[in-house]
Design a protein around this ligand. Structure first.
Ligand code: NAP
Length: 399
C-alpha cells in the first residue's frame, strides 16, 4: 500500500486523482487531503476516502470542516493553514504527493514534498515556472523524484528513454514539439477575443479544467507556461522547443531524435491518463479512460500558433529566454490579470497588456534563493494591480 497526499484535492486534477485511486484501493491509501476553502467538497471526500489528515488553507473553512466531521463520527484530524499543507507533504507515511494546488500558492508545499524526498506528481506548473531551478535542486537533494502531470510534459516524459533524469536532456534528443489545442478562441478575430467574457473563456473545447488554467488556455499563456516548464523539466534550450497547434488534442506532445524519429504519445484527452501513468510509473495501471477511437478521431491537424492574436505565448517565450526571475514575474502578473478578468474587472484583451507592461517595467534579477522568488512575485503582483482599470468595463459579461 502506497501512502498518498493530494494537495488541491477539491480541484479538477484533485478530483480526477481520487477517481483513479478509487479504482485501486488495494494499492493506494489516501493519507491526507488538502484544499483551500471548499469545505463541503472536502467533507464529502473525507467521508469517502477516510484520510488521517484533512487540511484547509483557510482557517474558517477548516473550523467548519472540523465541526461537520465531529458530528459525523470521522476520525480524520483537521489541520488549518498553508504551513499545515506543507507539513502533510512531508509526512513519513506519505510516499507520493499530488501537487495540484493552482498558482503560486502551491509552491511551498511542492518544495516541502521535494525536500522530504517524495515522489512528486506535479500538476502545479506555476511552482516550476516560478522557481524551477530551486525545485529541481530540492528534488535532487531530497532524493525523491518528480513526474509531470501536465498532459504535454507527461507525454514527452513517456517518449523519453527510461532513466532520463529531471532537468537533463537525454543524448540523441533533437527537439520537443509541444502541442496545444489553441483554446476556445483559436479561430476568433482579434476584435472578438478582446471582449470575450469569462464564461466564453472557460469553455474549453477538449479539456475540462479549473477556471485559471482554462483562461490560460484561452490566452495561450498556458502554452507559454508549459514552454518554460518543458525547458526546466527536460533540460533543453528554448530553440529546441516548438509549439504547434493541434485542435483535436489527440497527440499530447512529441519528441524528435537526431535520426529523424518522431515519437508521439496519443490518447483520449482525459487527465486521468497522465495521473495514472505517474502514480504507477514505471508500471502501468488502469485509469478509467476509454480507448481512443482512431477512426472516429479521423484526422489530426497541425498548425502554427498566431503570436499576434495570442501575445501571451511570445511573452512567456521571452521570459524563458531571459531566465532568472523573469518567469516568476510573468507568472505573478498573469495570476493577477487572470483573476481580475474572472472577477469582471477587466477585458480579456487586458490580460496580455498588463503582463507586457509589468515585464517591461520590472528590474529582472537573478534567481538564487526562495526569498528572491517571493520578493519578485510580490513586486510583480503589486505592479500588475496598479495597472488594473479602476472600474469594470461595461462590455465584460457575467460568468
Ligand atoms: N485541470 C487540468 O486539466 C490541468 C491540466 C494540467 C495542469 N493543471 C494544473 O494543475 C493545477 C490545478 O489545476 P485545476 O484545474 O485542478 O485547478 P482548480 O480546479 O481550480 O483547483 C485548484 C485547487 O487548488 C486549491 N487551492 C486554490 N488556492 C489555494 C490556496 N491558496 N491554498 C491551498 N489550496 C488552494 C483549490 O481549493 P478549493 O477548491 O478549496 O478552492 C483546489 O483544490 C494548476 O496548476 C493547473 O495549471 C491542470
Amino acid at each position: 500500500m502506497k501512502g498518498i497526499a493530494i494537495l488541491g484535492s477539491t480541484g479538477s486534477i484533485g478530483c480526477s486523482t481520487l477517481e483513479v485511486l478509487a479504482l485501486h484501493p488495494e494499492h493506494y491509501r489516501v493519507v491526507a487531503l488538502g484544499a483551500w476553502r471548499r469545505d463541503e467538497l472536502l467533507f464529502e471526500q473525507v467521508r469517502r476516502f477516510a484520510p488521517e489528515f484533512a487540511v484547509m488553507a483557510d482557517e474558517s473553512a477548516a473550523a467548519r470542516l472540523a465541526e461537520r466531521l465531529r458530528g459525523s463520527g470521522s476520525r480524520t484530524q483537521v489541520l488549518a493553514g498553508a504551513e499545515a499543507l506543507a507539513g502533510i507533504a512531508a509526512l513519513a507515511s506519505v510516499e507520493q504527493v499530488m501537487c495540484a494546488i493552482v498558482g503560486a500558492a502551491g509552491l511551498p508545499s511542492t518544495l516541502a514534498a521535494a525536500r522530504a524526498g517524495k515522489r512528486i506528481l506535479l500538476a502545479n506548473k506555476e511552482a516550476l515556472v516560478m522557481a524551477g531551478e530551486l525545485l529541481l535542486e530540492a528534488v535532487r537533494r531530497g532524493g525523491g523524484e518528480l513526474l509531470p502531470i501536465d498532459s504535454e510534459h507527461n507525454a514527452i516524459f513517456q517518449c523519453l528513454p527510461l532513466g532520463t533524469r529531471c532537468g537533463v536532456a537525454p543524448s540523441g534528443l533533437r527537439r520537443i514539439i509541444l502541442t496545444g489545442s489553441g483554446g476556445p478562441f483559436r479561430d476568433w478575430t482579434q476584435a472578438q477575443i478582446d471582449v470575450a467574457t469569462p464564461a466564453q473563456a472557460i469553455r474549453h473545447p477538449n479539456w475540462s479544467m479549473g477556471p485559471k488554467i482554462s483562461v490560460d488556455s484561452a490566452t495561450m499563456m498556458n502554452k507559454g507556461l508549459e514552454f518554460i516548464e518543458a525547458r526546466m523539466l527536460f533540460g533543453v534550450s528554448a530553440e529546441q522547443i516548438e509549439v504547434v497547434l493541434h485542435p483535436q488534442s489527440v497527440v499530447h506532445s512529441m519528441v524528435e531524435y537526431l535520426d529523424g524519429s518522431l515519437l508521439a504519445q496519443m490518447g483520449t484527452p482525459d487527465m486521468r491518463t497522465p495521473i495514472a501513468q505517474a502514480l504507477a510509473w514505471p508500471e502501468r495501471m488502469a485509469s478509467g479512460v476509454k480507448s481512443l477511437d482512431l477512426v472516429a478521431a479521423g484526422r489530426l491537424d497541425f498548425l502554427p500558433p498566431d503570436p499576434t492574436r495570442f501575445p501571451c505565448l511570445p511573452l512567456a517565450q521571452q521570459a524563458a529566454r531571459t531566465g532568472g526571475l523573469a518567469p516568476a514575474i510573468l507568472n505573478a502578473a498573469n495570476e493577477v490579470a487572470v483573476q481580475a478578468f474572472l472577477d469582471g474587472q477587466m477585458n480579456f484583451g487586458g490580460i496580455p497588456a498588463v503582463i507586457d507592461k509589468v515585464m517591461q517595467q520590472a528590474a529582472i534579477g537573478r534567481l538564487e534563493t526562495l526569498e528572491d522568488v517571493i520578493a519578485a512575485d510580490d513586486a510583480a503582483r503589486r505592479a500588475a494591480r496598479r495597472l488594473l482599470p479602476a472600474h469594470a468595463p461595461k462590455h465584460v459579461g457575467a460568468r
